[in-house]
Write a protein that binds this ligand. Structure first.
Ligand code: NGQ
Ligand code: ZN
Length: 466
């Protein structure tokens, strides 16, 4: 439904534009929710609505496995003598084995409501739960992909859907394990799925891409065929891959090919700005340099990487090499854009024994520099026009609450700093708009209560099944 003319503008005393903070900014957008003009130092018309606080660009969330939200907080106990990413994965597979389509939809809907309330306005959904509990295709092979698209539509979040190609359990085409049976697809069946989803995504303003799960899960021939098939459908579609998250993967890749995973990928695929290298935690100096030069995004998921004990990405090396990056909430141990930036910066401080690592030459406030960097990179990874408050981009933005105790009495750049570094796990996000429509008002999404109840019911069913 097109918005009336008067509802398609907003005046902000302070707004964070791609070049930095600006004053007296008039945002105007068209009936499709695309910004038509962003004018600084303007004066508002009598009827122009005014933002109640500083306006930030909406944050793209570049990596999500929605179903994993159901067991957030439920893997935090010692199982093995030494728990690791791999023992967590065994627990995760147990949840993945029994989840139903209705449960996926309820969990994803609530998760996307949480994302919006936390300042994320779009999500890249890395979707690999394709089949039923026995590993057979559903009567409609796109059943679970459609559930995710519906969840996005209902919540109002923008989505890049990334169906995942998963074929093997390890390098050298090791056969998949029982726990992976719901993920497995032939390359042909993946391409048929993409062909089916492409027009559906388009009609809801979503973007379709492809995610080879990892080099562990996709043999070289299948990788090449899938990428060629994707190009035939959309030659600019995003490509995301998990890579070098764990030293175990690096060791296995070296044993298999004599090369580290990122080096192998750069030598065997045309990695460019369409690509998002999710995690890319363990790279040597040459890989940092080469991967950054490829134009690919480093998909950083700081709270999940901390939760899973992955290791710490060398952010300074990446940026020194000109690397672009964005943030994702991945396993959703935490769903909060500000806290993701906090964790990124703190990891760097702990590793380097320095402060304000994320600041850059243009922006000395860390929160400002990180927000702008993550929005730019996240938009590129999403393959959607969501790169911040500029004409031609979608009107996705967040309004902070200047009456929040953490923010009161501060100037706008300090408010953002305080929101990221000192809001003490409360949120100062007050309003959230996607494509020019208010989705969160006075901190709440319309579906908040209903979505939370459906999520809790789905989780209770899943836990009762044990
Ligand atoms: C995933 N999650 O696909 O959900 C992975 C674990 C794997 C993260 N990497 C599975 N955070 O890598 O095999
Ligand atoms: Zn992941």
């Amino acid at each position: 439904m097109p918005l009336p003319e008067t509802r398609r503008s907003l005046f902000a005393a302070d707004a964070l534009l791609p070049a930095g903070w600006a004053r007296n900014v008039l945002l105007e957008w068209d009936a499709n929710g695309q910004l038509s003009a962003v004018t600084s130092d303007s004066s508002p018309g009598l009827n122009t609505p005014r933002a109640g606080g500083p306006v930030l660009p909406g944050m793209p969330n570049l990596h999500s496995h929605a179903f994993q939200r159901a067991f957030g907080g439920l893997t935090e106990f010692r199982g093995a003598a030494q728990d690791s990413f791999w023992s967590w994965r065994t627990l995760m597979y147990r949840f993945a084995a029994k989840i139903s389509p209705a449960q996926v939809e309820a969990i994803a809907t609530w998760l996307y409501v949480e994302m919006l309330e936390a300042g994320y306005t779009s999500v890249c959904e890395f979707h690999y739960l394709h089949h039923d509990a026995d590993g057979n295709a559903y009567a409609d092979d796109a059943e679970l992909a459609l559930a995710l698209l519906r969840a996005a539509r209902r919540s109002g979040i923008g989505i890049t859907l990334l169906p995942v190609l998963y074929q093997t359990s390890g390098f050298g085409a090791l056969p998949p394990s029982e726990g992976q049976r719901r993920f497995i697809r032939s390359t042909d069946s993946m391409l048929r799925l993409l062909e089916r989803l492409h027009p559906l995504c388009k009609s809801q303003g979503a973007r379709l891409g492809l995610a080879p799960h990892s080099l562990r899960a996709v043999p070289p021939d299948a990788l090449g065929e899938a990428l060629a098939g994707l190009d035939a459908i959309d030659a600019t579609a995003p490509v995301h891959i998990h890579i070098a998250e764990q030293t175990g993967e690096v060791d296995a890749c070296l044993a298999w090919s004599g090369q580290r995973p990122v080096a192998w990928l750069l030598d065997h695929a045309a990695v460019d700005a369409r690509w998002c290298l999710v995690h890319a935690t363990h790279m040597d100096p040459d890989e940092y340099r080469r991967a950054a030069a490829s134009g690919a995004i480093a998909g950083l998921c700081p709270t999940t990487e901390a939760n899973l004990g992955d290791g710490i990405f060398d952010f300074s090396s990446w940026r020194a090499a000109g690397g672009r990056w964005g943030i994702g909430s991945d396993s959703h141990a935490c769903v909060n854009a500000a806290e993701e930036l906090l964790m990124l910066e703190y990891g760097q401080r702990l590793a380097t024994r320095q402060r304000n690592v994320g600041a850059d030459a243009a922006h000395r406030e860390v929160a400002t520099a990180l927000t702008l960097g993550a929005v730019q990179g996240g938009a590129q990874a999403a393959g959607r026009a969501i790169a911040g408050l500029a004409a031609g981009e979608q009107a996705d933005f967040v309004v902070l609450d200047p009456s929040h105790v953490a923010l009161q009495g501060l100037a706008a750049p300090e408010m953002l700093s305080s929101h990221v570094f000192a809001s003490h796990r409360t949120s100062a996000v007050h309003g959230v708009w996607v494509a020019g429509q208010a989705r969160v008002s006075a901190t709440r999404h319309d579906l908040h209560d209903e979505g939370a109840a459906a999520f809790v019911a789905a989780r209770s069913q899943l836990l009762a099944k044990d």
